[in-house]
Design a protein around this ligand. Structure first.
Ligand SMILES: O=C(O)c1ccccc1NCC(=O)[C@H](O)[C@H](O)COP(=O)(O)O
Length: 271
């Protein structure tokens, strides 16, 4: 089988983590994590927001493998502040450099500019990265089921819990959903983008939302552009969203965020 983007990312990420461990030992990263700013409740914030309206994880994303450069004038703290002003519930900050032009410093700067909980959006394989995420101030990590074994997922999830962080478990198909159901985390992301082919379809959420355990808080991820998209997802029980590109392409990010979160009126004029 030919190598996918996800395979390529995994290969360089494992090398990167090995180099980081050589440069900064785990004991030092753990010391930094212990003195990091207190954890902000990520899952709880989404749960509460989704009771009133929608929960939004707004992504600070400069570029991506599928779209190339998305936002040339990239200022993470200003974007973070605009997201908060527009009503976002949480932030997601990409820290991967080679594929997303992200950086650890972006997370630190974005989180420092707001009071929102923050997801470290990266490709996690090693508990070292979880401690590192906390040392940067992250409140939640991402676990991509397409890229880890069950044992790795459990280990990463347990490490996040040990640091008081939440974990967003991401799935793209039924097999990954069944594996994710064995984990404890309540946050279940359904990624509409196939990370191996980049094909994006909201049918992924429409199909998988019905199969998810009822105790999970579902997060629709990727390929969401309009209020109608969100209303469509809400009909399938999904009221939390992870959105990057559509907001990052807007000149007025705060206004675009506010607009996206306002629910369309029904034919009867109600919500
Ligand atoms: O976005 C990509 O091209 C991508 C490629 C390979 C692995 C992951 C990728 N994206 C991560 C994400 O899932 C998205 O950044 C996130 O869900 C937001 O998606 P969007 O609103 O479509 O920017």
């Amino acid at each position: 089988m030919s190598e996918t983007v996800l395979d390529r990312i995994k290969a360089y990420k494992l090398e990167h983590v090995a180099a980081c461990k050589q440069a900064v030992p785990l004991s030092e990263i753990e010391a930094r994590a212990r003195s990091a700013s207190p954890v902000r409740p990520f899952a709880r914030a989404l749960h509460e927001a989704s009771q009133q309206g929608y929960g939004l994880i707004a992504e600070v994303k400069k570029a991506s493998p599928s779209k190339g450069l998305i936002r040339p004038d990239f200022d993470p703290p200003a974007i973070a502040a605009a997201y908060e002003e527009g009503g976002a519930t949480c932030l997601s900050v990409l820290t991967d450099g080679p594929s997303f032009q992200g950086a650890d410093d972006y997370l630190v700067a974005a989180r420092g500019a707001v009071s929102l909980p923050v997801l470290r959006k990266d490709f996690m394989y090693d508990t070292y990265q979880v401690a590192e995420a906390r040392s940067l101030g992250a409140d939640c990590i991402l676990i991509i089921m397409a890229s880890v074994s069950d044992a790795q997922a459990q280990e990463l999830e347990a490490a996040a819990a040990d640091w008081g962080m939440d974990a967003l478990i991401e799935v793209h198909n039924q097999e990954e959903l069944e594996r994710a159901s064995l984990l404890k985390s309540t946050l279940l992301g359904i990624n509409n983008r196939n990370l191996k082919t980049f094909e994006t379809s909201l049918d992924t959420t429409r199909t998988l939302a019905k199969l998810a355990p009822i105790d999970r808080l579902l997060v629709g991820e990727s390929g969401l552009f309009t209020r109608e998209d969100l209303a469509d997802m809400a009909r399938f029980g999904v009221r939390c969203f992870l959105i990057g590109e559509s907001l990052m392409r807007q000149e007025d990010v705060a206004m675009a965020t506010r607009d996206l979160l306002s629910q369309p009126l029904t034919a009867h004029g109600g919500m």
